[in-house]
Design a binder for this molecule. Sequence first.
Ligand SMILES: C[S@@+](CC[C@H](N)C(=O)[O-])C[C@H]1O[C@@H](n2cnc3c(N)ncnc32)[C@H](O)[C@@H]1O
Length: 259
Amino acid sequence: MVISVDPEWWKTLFDEVYLLTDARSVCDAAVTGKEVDLVLALIPLLPHHRLLDLCGGHGRHVLELCSRGLEHCVLVDYSRVLVRRAKMESLSRRLPLSCLVADARRTGLLSRSFDRILIMGNSLGYLRDSEADLEILRECHRLLRSEGRLLVDLADGESVKKRFNPEAWHEIGEDILVCRRREMHERSVSVRELVVSKRKGLIRDRSYSIRFYEKKSAEKLLAGAGFEQIEITTDFSPHVEAGDHGFMDCRMIVVGRKP
Ligand SMILES: C[S@@+](CC[C@H](N)C(=O)[O-])C[C@H]1O[C@@H](n2cnc3c(N)ncnc32)[C@H](O)[C@@H]1O
């Protein structure tokens, strides 16, 4: 059966239930710590650098970077629920973080106001129109100062295809069961996700679709947005335990510089 996907799925999927279904990747401090270690190994980040975490979700990377001494950090995400979580966390930990709910294609922020931009956790490829990812990267180019760096953390499409698993399920704690059925297309994967609470019954039945990049297409995307000195690191996974972590197991980190 073909999985039918609402093209606007990305506007509403990222909420409290997402923080449960993806907890093994996005609510694990050790996983986030490893990802931040890799970011720091790939691009120099100094305390005075102005950093934007674009599509930053509930702020796990930017909050970790604030706690490691970054002084000028901004988080942008479309999800009001996740941005609110990030703001609350920054206030309770007294970390200096500005938060904004906006579409990454048009943030409304000032041109050339950042030294570094991160797009972490496989946050591209959601909009059906393939031009949309280019629009997001053009916005990054506009927001960066000359010689600023962009780092994009994506699922590696080649590995996703090789390791494709049409069905997967995992449990979260005593109560939650997450079941996923997947369909592979030429450049994307559609997923139907059922989330069941053993106590309350079905709490989510949603579908989504993600377009994938391989090394060549990722390089072309950054170059098309005006970036140069593009470098790609593959085979990164922050997970140690075995299991199907969706698309978060085989990652490709792409770094580019604004001329
Ligand atoms: C898989 S989550 C990753 C979040 C975060 N980077 C992390 O690694 O925890 C993808 C995020 O991208 C955000 N997002 C996707 N498309 C967006 C857009 N066009 N504008 C703003 N945020 C977007 C979603 O709201 C979601 O929070």
